[in-house]
Design a protein around this ligand. Structure first.
Ligand SMILES: [Zn+2]
Ligand SMILES: [Zn+2]
Length: 264
């Protein structure tokens, strides 16, 4: 997929292809932080079984494997952050292994169901986890069809099936992956440590903007059960605002706020 980004020199660019890449980045980043991380990883709020499936389905478009696999690895990360057993610590394994190596090693391939017993009882989630290539493949095909239709009916937009695949799938997904993974690496190396956690997690304003709120990583390690990761008003946390809005219209519920003792 990363190599596929180089095809941009063959297919070129158009405003519509770049716009689709950015939109897919934002939607899927929300799916990763709002659903994969804060829901499947930490259960910091609740939702119905159908919404839970929709969240896992949308998350699967991020090409970061199934919700159960993602949550199982993430729970291990919290259990032993920057210590023996952490799947990705730049302090133990080095930068590149923690950025991308751990994701593609054989040892990390299977889902450790003992870490996610609470969700492993739902057959639809297990199916998505086991067949984790299906949703990304469907996304890729939909992008090709979209590009093909636009090329045929709106040739003035200057796009094509191959251009839409390169921008919407390869480039958008690669950037999404590396920005997500930078929470495992950069947010454990650079930035401010406000809370005396046992790990090396840090807060980063820039990463918080790029990841829709995950950059407040030292906050998050201090209180992982809170759906809110920006603790102060200026700590922008888009995912939290969106989840609050979803709670207002009844799509999610039981949002666990930051406890008063932590806020004080
Ligand atoms: Zn961390
Ligand atoms: Zn977490």
């Amino acid at each position: 997929m990363q190599a596929g980004c180089l095809l941009v020199f063959v297919v070129g660019w158009s405003s519509i292809a770049v716009a689709v890449a950015i939109a897919l980045y934002l939607i899927r980043m929300f799916a990763v932080t709002g659903f994969y991380h804060r829901y499947f990883g930490h259960r910091s709020y609740t939702m119905s079984r159908s919404m839970q499936f929709a969240g896992a389905l949308l998350g699967a478009t991020a090409v970061q494997r199934g919700a159960l696999w993602w949550a199982a690895h993430h729970r291990k990360h919290h259990r032993s952050s920057d210590d023996e057993g952490d799947p990705h610590s730049p302090h133990l394994h080095g930068f590149w292994y923690s950025q991308v190596g751990w994701f593609v090693t054989r040892g990390a391939w299977r889902t450790d169901m003992s870490q996610v017993k609470d969700f492993a009882k739902y057959p639809e989630l297990v199916w998505l986890d086991r067949h984790d290539r299906v949703v990304p493949t469907v996304l890729l095909l939909l992008l090709a069809v979209l590009g093909g239709l636009l090329e045929r009916f709106y040739p003035e937009l200057g796009t094509s099936a191959s251009q839409m695949v390169v921008w919407g799938f390869c480039i958008s997904t690669t950037v999404l992956f590396h920005v997500t993974a930078s929470i495992n690496t950069i947010a454990h190396l650079f930035g401010r440590r406000v809370w005396p956690t046992r790990d090396q997690s840090r807060n980063s304003f820039l990463l918080a903007l790029l990841t829709l709120g995950e950059g407040w990583h030292n906050n998050h390690h201090w209180h992982p059960g809170s759906v809110q990761q920006g603790f102060r008003w200026w700590q922008i946390d888009i995912t939290y605002y969106v989840l609050r809005a979803m709670a207002v219209v009844g799509l999610v519920s039981g949002i666990k706020p930051l406890p008063d003792r932590v806020r004080r």
